[in-house]
Ligand binder design. Structure first.
Ligand code: ADP
Length: 487
């Protein structure tokens, strides 16, 4: 991999603790980072423990005060520089991402630009952390609301977007004056380290950003939640782990932002443009090989267009090219792990046993490893596992429905409420369905909704807080009310 990079310094085998590159853990332990397409070891990293995490938090706590005292414009300048460096190094960052995560290089490079867009956006927002002046309630009183940074933020992120999931949190945290201690997924820490290197190059003051590389999750998570110097936990991952982190944060009433699991419905009504719906379903279902929390998990198709939609989707799926993310023309990489393959197989087997039909795919791919055939299931019903659980893989289960009320009821029958999608053209129907879906995000006649300018987040057990947009700073700010008396 180093040979492929224009700037080989971005491939890092050290942790970043309190502004220093740490080649070895105190314990001497290391862990390997693997390429999921080949199984080859890319490099190894120090396996940090709670002690090193605590040191990073201590340094962040000191550095944060000076950072918060800077003007918004000063913080913006550093973030803007980081954005420029990410764009300038997008090829290298993309290659590192493809190597550790498996997604095709073009998609990986796209993720880098997407991640960078949050850094740019929040660089701009850094100058606009406005408070309020409220008319007083008594003649001698004046009321002012200040917005202040929460302090040191701890971040835990997953492997599916190794750059963007961190960038969406790092951007607003640094913009408003917080310090940031990141614990990237052990599968994909290299993208986080490369971004930290660029942040250092951009002139980010020492100690404000740490990247804790560690194979063990629970002890680091516990330290984050129990260390009083951490004032906020921001997490992207499963609802199950989100619950653990919220419980652990309860003792100190710590602020949390949670971007958790989804179970996105994708609804095709009979007045939809079917070709557009197929195109949207391809993006929403198979992007990142089905491994995103906003991927369509349940595809509901109205009975009049069910067969036609299934046929068109199968044609589109047959054009996908599975393979190593560095190979030309590849649209889809491997799944992240053997555990991911098992879950996909379990969902397919369960659906088949309960009467679903596999019309394409359904098995491991001939390439071996964790490659999997893109799959379409028809005749799917709500009794099957695919209806209630996030598959997180390339399986499109097609449910048939008749009426609007019926599909809304089914779509909302889940503990999750992150993304949803539907295709329809009748204006009244579009408005009513959009209002009735109990989701934080609704894509209408589109399968791609993520952008730095819009508020990303879920309702119900999909989480709390919003990332991106003019609302994205709120999660990293406290509100302070000043009451000036005796005037
Ligand atoms: P995913 O299926 O995306 O890996 P997880 O919720 O299991 O979702 O993991 C998301 C992130 O949370 C990963 O970085 C993982 O290492 C971390 N993680 C998992 N369990 C814990 C835990 N008990 N405490 C803290 N972090 C955890």
């Amino acid at each position: 991999l180093a040979d492929m990079l224009k700037n080989p310094d971005l491939l890092i085998s050290s942790a970043f603790v309190g502004g220093d590159w740490m080649a070895d853990a105190a314990s001497g332990k290391r862990f390997d980072v693997l390429n999921p397409s080949t199984g080859a070891v890319i490099t190894s990293l120090p396996d940090l423990s709670v002690d090193e995490t605590r040191a990073a938090i201590d340094t962040a706590h000191l550095a944060q005060k000076d950072w918060a005292a800077k003007t918004g414009k000063e913080r913006a300048t550093v973030l803007r520089k980081l954005f420029d460096l990410m764009v300038a190094n997008a090829d290298d960052l993309g290659a590192i991402l493809t190597a550790e995560m498996g997604k095709p290089f073009a998609e990986a490079r796209g993720e880098i630009l997407y991640g960078a867009s949050f850094i740019e956006w929040f660089a701009e927002e850094a100058k606009r952390i406005y408070g309020d002046v409220i008319p007083g309630h008594q003649p001698d009183k004046r009321i002012i609301v200040l917005k202040q940074p929460v302090g040191v933020v701890a971040s835990i992120t997953p492997w599916n977007f190794p750059n963007a999931m961190i960038a969406r949190k790092l951007g607003p945290a640094l913009a408003v004056g917080c310090a940031f201690v990141a614990k990237p997924a052990a599968e994909t820490p290299l993208s986080a380290l490369a971004m930290a290197k660029l942040a250092e190059d951009a002139g980010l003051p020492k100690g404000l950003l740490s990247v804790i590389t560690s194979k063990s999750n629970a002890p680091i998570g516990q330290e984050f939640c129990s260390n009083p110097k951490i004032r906020k936990i921001t997490f992207t991952g499963s609802t199950e782990v989100g619950r653990i982190l919220m419980r652990q944060s309860a003792d100190q009433i710590k602020k949390t932002s949670m971007e958790l699991g989804g179970n996105a419905p994708f609804i095709v009504f009979d007045d939809a443009d079917l070709d557009a719906a197929v195109e949207g379903a391809m993006i929403s279902k198979y992007r990142n090989n089905g491994q995103t929390c906003v991927c369509a998990n349940r595809i509901y198709v109205q009975s009049g267009v069910y067969d036609a939609f299934a046929e068109k989707l199968a044609v589109a799926v047959s054009k996908m090219k599975i393979g190593d993310g560095f190979d030309d023309g590849v649209t889809t990489g491997p799944l992240i792990s053997e555990a991911a393959v098992s879950k996909v197989m379990e969902h397919i087997e369960d659906a088949k046993a309960k009467g679903a039909k596999v019309i394409t795919g359904g098995s491991r791919h001939a390439l071996g490893g964790t490659f999997f055939e893109p799959t379409i299931l028809t005749g799917v019903t709500r009794e099957m596992k695919v209806a209630g659980e996030e598959t997180f893989g390339p399986v499109a289960p097609l449910f048939k429905f008749d009426t609007v009320d019926d599909v809304i009821e089914q779509a909302n029958d889940t503990i999750f409420g992150l993304a949803s999608y539907f295709y329809a053209n009748d204006l009244t129907r579009v408005w009513r369905v959009a209002e009735a879906l109990e989701y934080g995000m609704v894509g209408v006649n589109t399968g791609l909704i993520s952008t730095e300018v819009a508020p990303f987040g879920g309702v119900k057990q999909s989480g709390q807080g919003r990332e991106g947009s003019k609302y994205g700073c709120d999660d990293y700010l406290e509100m302070k009310y000043l009451c000036l008396g005796g005037i």
